[in-house]
Design a protein around this ligand. Structure first.
Ligand SMILES: Nc1nc2c(ncn2[C@@H]2O[C@H](COP(=O)(O)OP(=O)(O)OP(=O)(O)O)[C@@H](O)[C@H]2O)c(=O)[nH]1
Ligand SMILES: [Mg+2]
Length: 443
C-alpha cells in the first residue's frame, strides 16, 4: 500500500532569520485554508499571509506561502512551501499545530522518494539531488550536477541486465544437462562455457566496483596516506598541508600511534589525509597495534606518500614493495637539512621552510585529475549498490571454485538474486529504503 499521509519538514536549519517548511500530501490545501483563512490559492503564486492555529492564536503575522498543486510539484502531490520567522518558538508552535492536524515529520529523503514514486524524477536524479545538497567541493558539485542531468544514465543497469540474461540462458542449459547426466561431452563443453561466462561477469563487476569505489571516494574524501619510518616528518607534513596542528609532533621516534585523519579541499577534490604510525620493528604492544592500523589504511588508500629522510633512504625499495595503493609518490623530507640525489619522480620538501609543498600539491592534483576526472561525469546508484556488487562478486567467485555442476547451478541462482537486488526499481521497497535512508531531512 502506498503511504499517502501528509508529511512536513524544515528545509532550512534552525538559527537563520527565516525557516522554510515543505508540506506534501492530500491535507495540504485544507490545512493551508484553515491556517490562513484564504480559500483560493493560485499555483506557484507567492502570498504574504498571517498564520493562525486552531484556537485562532497567531503563529506568525507575516509568512510567505507558495502552493504547488499536484502534479506540478517536487513530489507530484499537493505541496506548499511556507517561510516563517526563524525563531525556535515560532517553529515549535507551527510544528505542534501541524501535528495536531494529523501531519507527521517526513523521514530523511521522503520527499524525493515520493517524487520518484510519482514519476517526477528518476532514482539517478534523486541521488543527484542528495549529492548536490551534500557537496562541499567543486568536484563534488560537478559530479552531483552530472548525476542530476544523467548523462550516462542507465549504462550500468543495461549491462547488468544483459549479463543476467546470458547467465540465465546458461543456467537453463546447465539444468537441461543435469537431466541427462550420461552425455558427458555436452556437459563438459557446457561447464567450460559456464566458467567463461562467469569470468566475464566477474571482470565486468570488478569494473563497476572500481567505479563505485571511486565515486564513494569523491564524496567521502579520497584517502591519501602518509607512510614511512618513524621521525621522518609525517605528522609535520599533515599539519603543514592541513594548515592546522592536528597531530602531535616530536623528535621521539614512534610519536604517532593512532591514525589521524583530516579532510582538506585540494584543487576542488575532498581529500582525506591520513597520518599513521611510523613503520619499524618494535616490541612495544601499543606501537605494534598502531603499525597494524598503518598497514590497513595503506591498503585502502588511493595515493600513498612514501616518506623518507636521509637516514631512512635505504629503506625505499623494501617499503615500496609493501605498498598496495594504485599511486605511490616518494617524498624526501627535511630538505632544509639534507640535499638529496636526483631520484626519479620523488618530491623533496621541508615543512620548516615550506619548500616543495606546492610541488607535492601539484603532483597529487595531477594524479587525482588523471584518476577521477572521467568518473566525475558518470552517474551511479549510491553506496548501497556497491555493497550488492561486493556480495555478487563473492558469490560468483565461489561458483567458479565449485566443480559439481548441481551445486554450481544453485550458487549461480544465488548470484542472480543478488544481481536482481542491485537493479533499483520503484516497486522494490527494500531497495528504495536503502537508497533514501541516507538522505537528509527535508529532501
Ligand atoms: N628540520 C626539519 N625538521 C623537521 C621537518 N619535518 C619534521 N621535522 C622534525 O622531525 C621530527 C619528527 O617529526 P614528526 O612529524 O613527528 O615525524 P613522524 O614521521 O610523524 O614521526 P612518528 O610519529 O614517530 O612516526 C620533529 O622533531 C620535527 O620537528 C623538516 O622539514 N625540517
Ligand atoms: Mg607522527
Amino acid at each position: 500500500m502506498r503511504d499517502v499521509q501528509t508529511i512536513y519538514a524544515p528545509l532550512t536549519p534552525l538559527g537563520g532569520a527565516v525557516s522554510l517548511y515543505r508540506l506534501s500530501g492530500p491535507l495540504v490545501l485544507p490545512i493551508l485554508q484553515a491556517m490562513t483563512g484564504r480559500i483560493i490559492f493560485e499555483a506557484r503564486y507567492s502570498y504574504k499571509l498571517s498564520l493562525n492555529d486552531t484556537t485562532g492564536t497567531l503563529i506568525d503575522p507575516c509568512a510567505l506561502v507558495v502552493f504547488f498543486p499536484s502534479p506540478n510539484s517536487y513530489t507530484g502531490e499537493d505541496v506548499v512551501e511556507i517561510s516563517l520567522h526563524g525563531g525556535k518558538a515560532v517553529r515549535d508552535h507551527f510544528c505542534s499545530y501541524l501535528h495536531h492536524k494529523g501531519l507527521r515529520v517526513a523521514k530523511p529523503g521522503e520527499f524525493s522518494r515520493r517524487a520518484v514514486l510519482n514519476g517526477k524524477m528518476t532514482l539517478q536524479e534523486a541521488l543527484g539531488v542528495r549529492y548536490l545538497v551534500e557537496s562541499q567541493t567543486q568536484k563534488q558539485y560537478r559530479a552531483a550536477l552530472a548525476q542530476m542531468t544523467g548523462q550516462t544514465m542507465g549504462d550500468v543497469h543495461k549491462d547488468l541486465d544483459l549479463v543476467r540474461e546470458h547467465l540465465l540462458l546458461l543456467l537453463r542449459d546447465a539444468e537441461a544437462s543435469l537431466e541427462f547426466p550420461d552425455e558427458e561431452d555436452i556437459s563438459s563443453d557446457l561447464e567450460e562455457a559456464l566458467s567463461e561466462k562467469i569470468k566475464k561477469l566477474i571482470r565486468l563487476l570488478h569494473q563497476y566496483q572500481e567505479l563505485y569505489k571511486k565515486k564513494e571516494m569523491l564524496r567521502d574524501g579520497i584517502p591519501v596516506v602518509l607512510l614511512g619510518p618513524p621521525n621522518v616528518g609525517k605528522s609535520s607534513l599533515l599539519n603543514a598541508l592541513a594548515k592546522e596542528e592536528c597531530a602531535l609532533v616530536s623528535d621521539i621516534p614512534g610519536t604517532t600511534r593512532d591514525v589521524v585523519q583530516v579532510l582538506v579541499n585540494w584543487g576542488g577534490y575532498a581529500v582525506r589525509l591520513i597520518d599513521t604510525a611510523g613503520l619499524r620493528d618494535t616490541v612495544d604492544p601499543i606501537e605494534v597495534m598502531g603499525i597494524q592500523r598503518t598497514r590497513q589504511q595503506e591498503q585502502s588508500a588511493r595515493i600513498t606518500l612514501l616518506m623518507l629522510d636521509q637516514d631512512t633512504l635505504s629503506q625505499q625499495q623494501i617499503l615500496r614493495e609493501q605498498c598496495h595503493s594504485p599511486n605511490v609518490v616518494v617524498v624526501l623530507t627535511k630538505s632544509d637539512l639534507f640535499s638529496y640525489p636526483d631520484i626519479n619522480d620523488a618530491v623533496c620538501l621541508s615543512t620548516q621552510t615550506r619548500d616543495g609543498l606546492n610541488v607535492l600539491e601539484n603532483t597529487i592534483q595531477a594524479i587525482l585529475d588523471q584518476d577521477f576526472s572521467e568518473i566525475i561525469e558518470k552517474t551511479d546508484m549510491g553506496s548501497s549498490i556497491k555493497a550488492c556488487l561486493d556480495r555478487a562478486l563473492i558469490v560468483l567467485k565461489e561458483s567458479l571454485e565449485e566443480k559439481r555442476l548441481e551445486i554450481r547451478v544453485q550458487i549461480l541462482y544465488d548470484a542472480l538474486d543478488v544481481l536482481a537486488s542491485m537493479v533499483p526499481s520503484v516497486d522494490k521497497e527494500e531497495v528504495l529504503d536503502r537508497i533514501f535512508s541516507g538522505f537528509c531531512i527535508g529532501k
